[in-house]
Design a protein around this ligand. Sequence first.
Ligand code: 13P
Ligand code: SF4
Length: 321
Amino acid sequence: ADEKQHYRDKIKRLLRERNAVMVAHYYTDPEIQALAEETGGCVADSLEMARFGSAHPASTLLVAGVRFMGETAKILSPEKTILMPTLQAECSLDLGCPIAEFNAFCDQHPDRTVVVYANTSAAVKARADWVVTSSIAVELIEHLDSLGEKILWAPDRHLGRYVQQQTGADMLCWQGACIVHDEFKTQALQQMKALYPQAAVLVHPESPQAIVDLADAVGSTSQLIQAAKTLPHPQMIVATDRGIFYKMQQAVPEKDLLEAPTAGEGATCRSCAHCPWMAMNGLQAIAEGLEQGGKTHEIHVDAALRERALLPLNRMLSFAA
Ligand code: 13P
Ligand code: SF4
């Protein structure tokens, strides 16, 4: 406990000295989310993280999340220093969509509007017409469909299929997946629903179809927290990273929050209900990031890529406004 307090104090001091603010995702550990809030930063979904970071006057952003979130911050705010607790925090969606293969895919389908999820590299964003997050994916594709556009979607196949079903749009999907949401198990969830008949099921759309089919609400992390508030059920079965429980429980202190069942048990499953890359954002790593910056912690994005990737990101922010 003393060691944690030591790092918390150190982080607070370094944030002040560096004119820095923390931008944290809901999937980081509760102590990281609490510290972000306490120090005037934000805890948010990936769209709100992007908005908050670019609007905030601090000259340095400490992004507690995964690398694409740091890159997005840098693309939107090239004048700011973007630090991360580690540059090794990846995302299976980003890793599963390498730029050479993605370019070839786009080249084969020049008639399609390219829409990519925020969970991608700067290079993939630079190839896109639009960037989108799960909170506005359905609305954006509806809009593009109403203009008669055919879509090339990447990289998450589950989110792509969900959006396609909601909108009826003509979508060709890259076949990526999130290793965390892919682990939710249908039969076990059906059994759990039977065990808790009063519970609502909340599902992030990166989950497989059979899980989405059992949902009472489907949405981004922020939208799921909102659904926990508006649905009348006294219990919620939650199919997303368990990091979300911290803010969700604050939003509905009177409700029981239950983890949706996953393939493995705790330690036997590296990615069950907790993203291993989000878990890298510990107190010590944050303190080191703020203290050392530079090679090991600072996000850089090639200038030409950054300028190109800014176009679809700005389109996303204007559409969401
Ligand atoms: P949100 O946009 O819902 O925060 O999702 C980001 C993410 O990485 C989900 O796995
Ligand atoms: Fe990527 Fe899944 Fe981790 Fe989100 S939870 S950062 S989609 S691997």
